[in-house]
Design a protein around this ligand. Structure first.
Ligand code: COA
Length: 317
């Protein structure tokens, strides 16, 4: 029997506090008009002081488990994509495991920045196909507001907090058709957060936004083609694009490349900003819950971020 990963349930969590562009413009030299035009972002959510990546991950994970109709004990592997872990170690996945009171399964984090969910999904897919796991909890959780320099207008307008989760199970028919991940460390200096234990740099995200933008658009265009070719599919076979939400202009360029109208693209950036590894599972969850994505639909997910690290996943839902 061939084994494939199938999506059993999704969940999401967004903190309550909403931060508007106008509020940011009170503290740095920017405007609602600039932010909306250059990024597509109007508001983003900001975590409360008591919240952490693992607490938000728990909310999203419980939501996904409920959607899947499963108890936490069913999980035999936990993978968390995060660039904003509660602690350098142990992993946020271990803290999530404790919060869910799950014993006797492996739990680890994946550090692939904004592509963390796709990388985690790809690992989960390999474990399920190999017969090494039956039920995998994959989470993207980010507390970006704590690694942002709130006096740097070129980055502080972009990011938000949140968590998204997916529960994957085993099926005889493919749900996850393929995943594709890749990295190129030569760009490591264009987008990074220093480790405060080393050197004198402030512990905030630094980005050469324009350079990142150019490489992101080209790379995502290429990976879309590679994903379709690997599955002998054409653009017309894609029902939904669920992209990482970094900039509406990057999303539009990828949709154009696919020949997809924007009605077929799940866009959450307007009210969430860039939630890094959480953006794809949050968008997937939203579109499944509101009925846009239905069983049988073919969904292309893609992400690009620091590393650079990028990837895609093609799902028959
Ligand atoms: N408000 C007003 N002006 C701003 C601003 C802000 N919040 N941020 C930057 N600017 C200014 C710059 O200072 C610059 O001014 P100058 O021309 O006088 O030097 C001007 O706007 C253009 O800056 P630039 O960085 O070239 O703008 P851009 O069109 O590239 O947009 C980003 C900036 C960050 C929105 C865009 O580059 C981007 O989205 N990058 C990719 C992000 C991404 O994909 N990250 C990877 C995943 S996390």
């Amino acid at each position: 029997m061939r084994r494939y990963a199938t999506l059993l349930g999704t969940g999401g969590y967004l903190p309550e506090t909403i931060l508007t562009n106008a509020q940011i413009a009170e503290t740095v030299d920017t405007s609602d008009a600039w932010i909306v035009e250059r990024t597509g972002i109007r508001t983003r959510r900001i975590a409360a002081p008591h919240e952490t990546a693992s607490s938000m991950a728990e909310r999203a994970a419980r939501d996904a488990l409920q959607a899947a109709g499963l108890e936490p004990e069913a999980i035999d592997l936990i993978i968390v994509g995060t660039g904003t872990p509660d602690r350098l170690f142990p992993s946020t996945a271990c803290l999530l495991q404790q919060r869910l009171a799950i014993r006797q399964c492996a739990a680890f984090d994946v550090q692939a920045a904004c592509s963390g969910f796709i990388f985690a999904l790809s690992i989960a897919d390999q474990y399920i196909r190999a017969g090494s796991a039956r039920c995998v909890l994959v989470v993207g959780s980010e507390l970006n507001s704590r690694i942002i320099d709130w006096s740097d207008r070129s980055t502080c307008v972009l990011f938000g907090d949140g968590a998204g989760a997916a529960v994957l199970g085993v099926a005889e028919e493919p749900g996850l058709l393929s995943t594709h991940i890749q990295s190129d460390g030569q760009y490591h200096d264009l987008l990074y957060v220093p480790n405060p234990a080393h050197g004198n740099e402030p512990p905030f995200l630094k980005m050469e936004g324009h350079e990142v933008f150019k490489v992101a658009v080209n790379t995502l265009g290429r990976i879309v083609d590679e994903t379709l070719a690997a599955n002998a599919l054409t653009q017309a076979d894609i029902d939904w694009l669920v992209p990482h939400q970094a900039n509406i202009r990057i999303i539009s360029a990828t949709a154009k490349k696919l020949g997809l109208p924007m009605e077929r693209v799940v866009v959450t950036i307007e009210n969430q900003g860039n939630t890094s590894a959480a953006s794809i599972p949050l968008a997937l969850n939203e579109a499944i819950r509101d009925g846009r994505i239905q069983r049988g639909h073919t969904v292309l997910m893609e992400a690009f971020g620091a590393g650079f690290a990028w990837g895609s996943a093609l799902l028959r839902y």
